[in-house]
Design a binder for this molecule. Structure first.
Ligand SMILES: [Ca+2]
Ligand SMILES: [Ca+2]
Ligand SMILES: [Ca+2]
Length: 274
């Protein structure tokens, strides 16, 4: 072989090696579609998020235990739930699931994260949580322990205004001064939908007669009369016309209640049934 022919041969060999290497790298960069999609199924947001960053009227340890119980029972029914102590997770997920045509549920333990409702009641309108429940998704805040929204996650008391601002009912008041230890009797709906619910003393039973505008008692699981005609109820699901919901479940002052199980039953047998 002449010197010039050898040079051409060497150059061709180099080009061939280069192209083979390029092909290899390209192949390695190509994602395995089936394995990616099996890890994140269609990027669907989770159904239920449970906030355990802080709690009021139950210890944080107790709240985490109840959260784990709820998550485990939901998981057994194919309902996805995430437990998080991150306020940012709550707001990001809430923005993601606002008006997505799916019922989503946020479980709180007596404390409202500042990321979805600012401290100091400066958001009488337009908070992330109010926007979230004002669509026809049927999205639901489910509160356990202290009066819904009474404390903010930075430990500032917001008192009764969050409930008033979020419901757009300026006088709504759970009458904290008068109704500690009010006995709740399980209703027929409660017996059917929440078999783990037993009669108990509620410290913040919801005063049904104060409902106004389009809010109504969608489902009463226990009340002071044991039926839908009582003046006070807990657990209860309140609904804003055909929009979102507030559920109050075992609003008790360190009460020894089956909070995690009853919450799971309400979600499985009522809110996310189908
Ligand atoms: Ca939604
Ligand atoms: Ca509003
Ligand atoms: Ca408002």
């Amino acid at each position: 072989m002449r010197r010039s022919q050898r040079m051409v041969f060497v150059i061709l060999c180099c080009c061939l090696v280069f192209l083979i290497n390029c092909a290899k790298v390209q192949k390695e960069k190509t994602p395995n579609v089936s394995s990616v999609s099996s890890v994140k199924p269609a990027n669907k947001p989770v159904d239920v998020v449970i906030y355990t960053g802080s709690a009021s009227w139950l210890t944080l340890e107790n709240a985490i235990d109840e959260a784990k119980t709820t998550k485990k029972l939901l998981g057994a029914h194919g309902i996805t739930a995430v437990i998080t102590d991150s306020e940012e997770d709550i707001s990001n997920w809430m923005i993601e699931t606002t008006a997505n045509d799916v019922v989503n549920i946020c479980i709180l333990y007596g404390v409202l994260p500042t990321t979805i409702y600012t401290t100091g009641n400066t958001q009488s309108e337009g908070s992330i949580v109010e926007n979230w429940i004002e669509t026809t998704d049927g999205d639901t805040i489910l509160n356990q322990g202290d009066y819904f929204g009474y404390y903010s996650s930075d430990e500032t008391p917001n008192y009764k205004a969050p409930l008033q601002n979020i419901m757009d009912l300026p006088n709504i008041d759970i009458n904290v001064e008068f109704f500690d230890h009010l006995l709740m009797h399980v209703t027929d709906s409660g017996k059917t939908l929440t078999p783990s619910l037993v009669n108990f003393e509620s410290d913040r039973p919801f005063p049904i007669e104060q409902l106004g505008s389009e809010w109504y008692a969608e489902k009463i699981f226990a009340s002071n009369t044991g039926d839908d005609k009582g003046n006070f109820a807990d657990p209860i699901i309140l609904r804003d016309g055909n929009r979102g919901r507030l559920a109050m479940v075992h609003q008790t002052h360190h009460g020894d209640n089956p909070k995690g199980i009853v919450t799971a039953e309400i979600i499985i047998n009522y809110l996310l049934t189908d």
